[in-house]
Design a protein around this ligand. Structure first.
Ligand code: CP
Ligand code: NVA
Length: 303
């Protein structure tokens, strides 16, 4: 298998590769597989966790990283995505990118992959695979019950929900997605999220959806780029807040998850995210370990 891969979503890894990434994430002192290598990290949207975890993971593996934010390179404004990818491919061994439109990843890869340079998605409007790796790593670390923990995602059927569902499905986790009408995945798309042995289903009433859940997950109601829809969205999602009442309807010992950044008193109440049942900081730290695991998979054990 070539090093020049497109990792645009979780199912760009096989189930076996996905399991290997999680295994490698546990290696705290791995070989410096990025020694003498360089990574381009492109951000068309803001980032705290993804930028830091990516840069630190690269450095821990002995590599160099050049991070560029939107205004510096002006994708499609200053020059085309293809010209940017062709240029970056001459300097770097991998392009990691957070993009406004998923199509930009395609445009990068079309040019960079034939030049031997892969592309990893650091969040697009469609998917957020590097977040989902950390989320499933976190669930696997903390879950000591039976084979198939139950995860309920409450909120917007968005990029985070979609990659999370695929990763959970690969890991045999049962997923229920609860979104208001108009913000749900349609049935054919939902079926496509069932990529593994876990079942992904939707239940629109959050109070029903959380019954028996071991993990409750939410994300922002207004994603980056949707700011002009804020008023409509806040109304539509008002009964989908994860608060102590909703947590109380779930299984004993239920844990709260959020990819962050969080908005207290919107998608989650402060008493839930700041409670002992919240595992958001473990998730955030695991962004580093899982990113390092993914890079090890791509550059150490490519086959
Ligand atoms: N969860 C996440 O991707 O955080 P950032 O947007 O801060 O990178
Ligand atoms: N759904 C959010 C995730 C942020 C990490 C967004 O796309 O803005």
């Amino acid at each position: 298998m070539s090093l020049a891969r497109r990792i645009f979503d979780i199912d760009d890894l096989t189930p076996e590769e996905f399991a290997e990434v999680l295994e490698f994430s546990a290696l705290r002192n791995p070989p410096k597989v990025l020694s003498n290598k360089s990574v381009a990290a492109v951000f068309e949207k803001p980032s705290l966790r993804t930028r830091n975890s990516t840069e630190v993971a690269i450095r821990q593996l002995g590599g160099g990283v050049t991070t560029m934010v939107d205004q510096e390179i002006g994708i499609g404004v200053r020059e085309s995505a293809s010209d940017i990818a062709a240029t970056l491919s001459g300097y770097h061994d991998l392009i990691c990118a957070r993009v406004k439109s998923h199509q930009t990843l395609e445009n990068f890869a079309l040019v960079s992959v034939p030049r031997g340079v892969g592309v990893v998605n650091l969040l697009s409007d469609q998917s957020h695979p590097v977040q989902a790796l950390a989320d499933v790593l976190t669930i696997k670390q903390l879950w000591s019950g039976g084979d198939h923990p139950k995860l309920t995602y409450v909120g917007d059927s968005n990029n985070v929900a979609s990659s999370l569902a695929k990763a959970a499905s690969y890991a045999g986790i049962e997923v229920t997605i609860s979104s208001p009408e108009g913000y749900e995945f349609d049935d054919p798309f939902l079926a496509e999220l069932n990529v593994g042995e876990g079942v992904v289903k939707k239940v629109s009433d959050p109070k029903v959806a959380v019954k028996g859940a071991n993990f409750i997950y939410t994300d922002v109601w207004v994603s980056m780029g949707q700011e002009d829809q804020t008023e409509t969205r806040l109304k539509a999602f008002s009964s989908y807040q994860v608060n102590s009442e909703l947590m109380g309807l779930a299984g004993d010992g239920v844990k709260f998850m959020h990819c962050l950044p969080a908005h207290r008193e919107l998608e989650v109440s402060a008493d839930v995210i700041d409670s002992k049942d919240s595992i958001v900081w473990i998730q955030a730290e695991n962004r580093l370990h899982s990113m390092r695991g993914l890079l090890l998979k791509l550059f150490w054990k490519a086959n």
